[in-house]
Design a protein around this ligand. Structure first.
Ligand SMILES: NC(=O)c1ccc[n+]([C@@H]2O[C@H](COP(=O)([O-])OP(=O)(O)OC[C@H]3O[C@@H](n4cnc5c(N)ncnc54)[C@H](OP(=O)(O)O)[C@@H]3O)[C@@H](O)[C@H]2O)c1
Length: 371
């Protein structure tokens, strides 16, 4: 095993800097991965450019990153599902409270991950394409299946139809593409939103009806698509989706809404210079919009809760997803790693470039760096 290096966040609101990093041993129930591909997420951008608004406990320098695919380089005590050399994808949880932050952040060559948040990869699936999966599929599963969220029936290889519909607002996001597939695999009929250029992709993933979320009549079109049949819940993904989701739930008749995004996309905020007028305005909008959404939800007896994608780490959803569902579903092609990966560079130095592109919103695909 050679030496390790990481793309460090040296201080708040700074570019990542590549430098040496300790080579950590995997602990009990953990594996060490030689990373071959990482993807960037809005979460990384938010942490990098909003300072200590989130993940205050991280400290500096920090290693960000959640999505990793590569080969197992070492296994910790008690690991039974993996051996050295296996090809895997994993959800790296180094940013979460109580974890070994430097060892478990994805933006490094050797990353420690939990065995129960990793899946073997079939030979035909590239590391680059697999790297789009971890945070997105984990967040989608948390929203759909966790007891304190929509608590839907879980996916299987041959689920019988439930007779219920799920609305996924934001199906063309990474999280939404996974939510559609998971819900269909659990036997739900899915109605989703996307721009017209993504409609056929949404149908390929299993959505029955696709509505353009920018159309003024989107909420009415979805309610009409539900058609008075039982509605299992609404998943709200994308800036500003919460209010639309609660309106759909109130009209189409469900009490369960899972909120995944703030009312304002943090990526629209200016990057440098600390608190600014734009930042304060965005925070005010977020606060007021959330109050309005919650007030509307309460009026209709709707339980609209914010999803924290990492909470599957400590619930039964984590093992259900990573140990039971994904290995078979990926091997048999029942679950695809969507959206398509766009490889934007090679080497740790390219991760900052990928984050710059994410912030600029230049690509609808998932931005991936080869390592
Ligand atoms: N709560 C959590 O734990 C958690 C975890 C992960 C992500 N998230 C949040 O989930 C959201 C999606 O993240 P992601 O990485 O999956 O996104 P992504 O893959 O970057 O999604 C980009 C796509 O989203 C669609 N979109 C943009 N604005 C939208 C809106 N207002 N409503 C509906 N769709 C919209 C666009 O598709 P079209 O081209 O079809 O317009 C765009 O191409 C973000 O807000 C992110 O912060 C939350």
């Amino acid at each position: 095993m050679s030496s390790n290096a990481a793309a460090w966040l040296p201080s708040p609101r700074a570019d990542l800097v590549v430098g040496p990093a300790a080579l950590h041993e995997p602990g009990p129930g953990e594996i060490l991965i030689r990373s071959r591909a990482v993807a960037v997420n809005p979460l990384d951008d938010v942490k990098q450019w909003t300072g200590d608004l989130m993940y205050r406990w991280l400290g500096y320098p920090a290693v960000l990153g959640e999505d990793v695919a590569g080969e197992v380089a070492a296994v910790g005590e008690g690991v039974t599902r993996f051996a050295v050399g296996d090809r895997v994808a994993a959800y790296a949880v180094g940013m979460e409270r109580g974890r070994r932050h430097e060892a478990e952040g994805a933006f490094q060559l050797y990353v420690v991950v939990r065995e129960d948040l990793a899946t073997p990869l079939p030979d035909g699936l590239s590391f680059e394409q697999a790297a789009v999966l971890p945070l997105a599929v984990s967040t989608a599963a948390t929203a759909l299946f966790q007891d304190d969220q929509l608590a839907l029936r879980t996916p299987t290889a041959d689920a019988a139809p439930t007779g219920e519909t799920l609305v996924v607002w934001g199906g063309s996001t990474s999280v939404g593409s996974n939510a559609i597939q998971l819900a269909v695999a659990a036997g739900y009929r899915v109605i989703t939103t996307a721009s017209p250029h993504n409609e056929s992709r949404m149908r390929e993933l299993g959505a029955e009806l696709v509505v353009d979320y920018r159309e003024p009549g989107a909420v009415a079109a979805i309610v009409s698509g539900v058609g008075g049949r039982p509605l299992a819940g609404v998943v709200a993904i994308g800036a500003g989706s919460g209010d639309a989701a609660v309106r759909i739930a109130a009209t189409a008749g469900t009490r369960r809404v899972a909120l995944l995004s703030p009312p304002v996309a943090f990526t629209t905020l200016p990057r440098r210079g600390g608190p600014s007028i734009a930042f304060l305005r965005a925070m005010t909008t977020i606060g007021l919009s959330q109050l309005a959404t919650q007030a509307r939800a309460r009026r209709h007896g709707i339980n609209a809760r914010f999803v924290w994608g990492s909470s599957l780490m400590t619930s039964s959803v984590g093992p259900m997803l990573w140990e039971e569902y994904l290995p078979g579903a990926l091997a048999e092609g029942r679950h695809v790693c969507a959206p398509a990966a766009e490889i934007v560079g090679e080497g740790l130095e390219s991760i900052q470039h990928a984050l710059n592109l994410l912030h600029a919103g230049v690509s609808a695909r998932k931005l991936v760096v080869r390592l």
